[in-house]
Design a protein around this ligand. Structure first.
Ligand code: RI2
Length: 321
């Protein structure tokens, strides 16, 4: 490792916070990653364009290696690193900083456009059931509330990290009535809800939705009860590598998120698994709401091709200049 391409401490800190889930949620992770690339570019001490490019790629790799499932992270890195251009360090720096700014702006615009579209599905007096905490899903509720609709929510706690508590808090801030339930109570409450509204970490080319663990079981139960399942996902959640047959890696997290050491020792010999995400097949999803409109899951591949083409380069990978 050469000193000249050393990574900025703020970028390292962002990467650590993403890995620890202090920064979490697919869209938020993407925003934090591009901000870190911009900091790296602004603060870089290198004076050689080749070294600068190498340093940015290394920064991208460091961020990429934090969590494997949400494709918003590599898509954000792609957006910025693909636009890194120039013959001098000053020009390269400027290209990275401006691409990062542009990405951040698009991210927030996409979320509010998506919210307007998702809000059209929600009627005055409706109840939604949520799982985990998704800023894209909440944008739909927020837009509906802004249109004057009164909504209620049944909020799943979402073990093991209980992100449902964040959702409950945000919904209360919007004036939505909230009933918090444990995950295993979801089926019992499905008859009382009009929509299941969730986010996504990645969407595969066949329309499968990769989201917080528990989404697929919820979707199967909702389908059985005739409750529509709506996935709110900006197009940065589309996973271009699945166009060429890659599968999405499901992150396995620490067992300490599930059980404390003392209880585990009391129980005796056992295996503890903690998958963070699961895959909901397209047949259980009614609509994917993006900033470009609402899509049946099976047609999402068309949009994916339009936005990413057939190939998904990995501009953070090491290469010869
Ligand atoms: P937004 C979260 O993952 C949840 O699975 C959530 O549905 C998804 O990211 C999308 O979040 P985690 O980071 O981009 O909590 O809609 O593991 O905010």
């Amino acid at each position: 490792m050469s000193d000249e391409t050393a990574l900025h401490p703020e970028l390292r800190e962002t990467a650590d916070r993403i890995a620890e889930m202090e920064i979490r949620g697919a869209a938020t992770i993407a925003g934090a990653a591009v901000e870190a690339l911009a900091t790296q570019a602004r603060e870089s001490a290198v004076d050689d364009p080749t070294a600068f490019r190498r340093q940015q790629r290394r920064a991208g790799r460091h961020l990429y290696d934090t969590r494997p499932t949400a494709v918003s992270l590599p898509n954000a890195l792609r957006y910025v690193l693909d636009r890194m251009d120039g013959d001098s360090v000053a020009a390269l720096r400027e290209s990275v900083v401006s691409a990062a700014g542009e990405f951040t702006e698009r991210l927030s615009r996409a979320q509010s456009d998506l919210g307007e579209i998702g809000a059209n599905r929600l009627r005055d007096g409706d109840t939604v059931m949520t799982h985990c905490h998704s800023t894209d899903a909440l944008a739909c509720v927020e837009a509906a509330v802004d249109q004057g609709k009164e909504l209620s929510a049944v909020v799943k706690e979402t073990r093991p990290r209980r992100q449902g508590h964040i959702t409950a808090e945000r919904l209360r801030e919007l004036g939505v009535d909230v009933t918090l339930i444990v995950d295993s109570a979801a089926r019992r409450y499905l008859d009382d809800v009009d929509h299941v509204l969730v986010g996504a970490d990645s969407i595969a080319a066949d329309g499968s939705v990769i989201n917080k663990i528990g989404t697929s079981g919820l979707a199967v139960n909702a389908r059985e009860r005739g409750v529509p399942i709506v996935v709110a996902a900006q197009t940065i959640k589309l996973h271009p590598e699945t166009l060429t047959g890659q599968t999405v890696e499901i992150e396995m997290r620490e067992e300490s998120e599930v059980i404390d050491r003392e209880t585990r020792e009391e129980i005796g010999e056992l295996t503890v698994d903690n998958p963070a995400f699961d895959v909901t097949p397209p047949r259980y999803v009614d609509a994917i709401v993006t900033e470009s409109g609402q899509f049946p899951p099976e047609t999402i591949v068309t949009l994916m091709r339009e936005l990413f083409g057939e190939s998904a380069a990995r501009p953070w990978e090491e290469r010869e200049e």
